[in-house]
Design a protein around this ligand. Structure first.
Ligand SMILES: Nc1ncnc2c1ncn2[C@@H]1O[C@H](COP(=O)(O)OP(=O)(O)OP(=O)(O)O)[C@@H](O)[C@H]1O
Ligand SMILES: Nc1nc2c(ncn2[C@@H]2O[C@H](COP(=O)(O)O)[C@@H](O)[C@H]2O)c(=O)[nH]1
Length: 205
C-alpha cells in the first residue's frame, strides 16, 4: 500500500493572496501537490470556470452534499457556502499524493479536528490597510462585500494561533519560498519518517 500523502492547508483572510500564492507555488516544477477544488454556492466571477476554480452549485445541491456526508469540511462565509469534497481528498491521500487545500479558518479548524497530521499554514497580510488595498485592487467585489470581508479578517487573524505556521505575504516570492521550506521540513518530522524507517529495518530489530 502507498504511503499516505500529506495534507497541506493554507488559510488566511480573503484578499491576503492565497490564490495568487497557490498558483505561483503550483507553477514551480519542484512542487507536486494536488489541488482540491472547493465547492461553493457563490456566483462565478468573470473568468471563473466550473470545475477549475470551484464547483459552482446551488444551495440545495450543497445542502444535499452535506446531508450525504460528502464534505470533509464546510463553512458559511459572507452569505455563501464553501466546502471541500471529501472523496477527492481521501482518494489522493490514500494514493500517496500530497493534497493542498485553500480554505477559510472555520473550515480549517474542522479539518484540523479530523486530520491532525495535516500541515496548517496561515497566510497573513503585512497589515490590514494592505489587505483592503488588495481586495479593492482585485476589483471583484463591491464595497459592501469588501467591508464584510475586512470585518471578518480581524477575527480570522486572531485565529492564527490554531495553525502550525504563519507566513507573511509581503511578496509572492517570499511566501512561496517559505511554504516550500515548511513542507520540506515537515517531510523530515520523526512522525512521518519513523514508520517507513522501522519497516525498512525488517523484523530483526
Ligand atoms: N504579495 C502580494 N503583493 C501585492 N499584491 C498581491 C500579493 N499577493 C496577492 N496580491 C493581490 O491581492 C489580490 C488578492 O489576491 P487573491 O485573490 O490571491 O487573494 P485570496 O486570499 O485568494 O482571496 P479570497 O480568499 O477572497 O479568494 C489580487 O489582486 C492579487 O493580485
Ligand atoms: N471553509 C472553506 N472555505 C473556502 C473553501 N474554498 C474557498 N474558501 C474560502 O472562502 C473565502 C471566500 O472565497 P472567494 O472565492 O469568494 O473569495 C476565502 O477565504 C476562501 O479561501 C472551502 O472549500 N472551504
Amino acid at each position: 500500500m502507498a504511503k499516505r500523502g500529506m495534507l497541506i492547508v493554507l488559510s488566511g483572510p480573503s484578499g491576503v493572496g492565497k490564490g495568487t500564492v497557490r498558483k505561483a507555488l503550483f507553477e514551480d516544477p519542484t512542487v507536486d501537490f494536488n489541488y482540491s477544488i472547493s465547492m461553493t454556492t457563490r456566483q462565478p466571477r468573470d473568468g471563473e470556470k466550473n470545475g477549475v476554480d470551484y464547483f459552482f452549485v446551488t444551495k440545495e445541491e450543497f445542502e444535499d452534499h452535506i446531508k450525504n456526508g460528502e464534505m470533509l469540511e464546510y463553512a458559511k462565509y459572507v452569505d455563501n457556502y464553501y466546502g471541500t469534497p471529501l472523496k477527492y481528498v481521501n482518494d489522493q491521500l490514500n494514493a500517496g499524493h500530497d493534497v493542498f487545500l485553500e480554505i477559510e479558518v472555520n473550515g480549517a479548524l474542522q479539518v484540523r479536528a479530523n486530520c491532525p497530521d495535516g500541515v496548517f499554514i496561515f497566510l497573513t497580510p503585512p497589515d490590514i490597510k494592505e489587505l483592503r488595498n488588495r481586495l479593492v485592487g482585485r476589483g471583484t467585489d463591491n464595497i459592501d462585500i469588501i467591508n464584510k470581508r475586512i470585518q471578518k479578517a480581524s477575527k480570522e487573524i486572531r485565529m492564527m494561533q490554531n495553525y502550525d505556521y504563519a507566513v507573511v505575504n509581503d511578496t509572492i516570492n517570499n511566501a512561496v519560498s517559505q511554504i516550500k521550506d515548511i513542507v520540506k521540513s515537515e517531510r523530515l518530522k520523526v512522525k512521518r519518517v519513523m514508520p517507513d524507517y522501522l519497516t525498512s529495518l525488517g523484523d530483526d530489530i
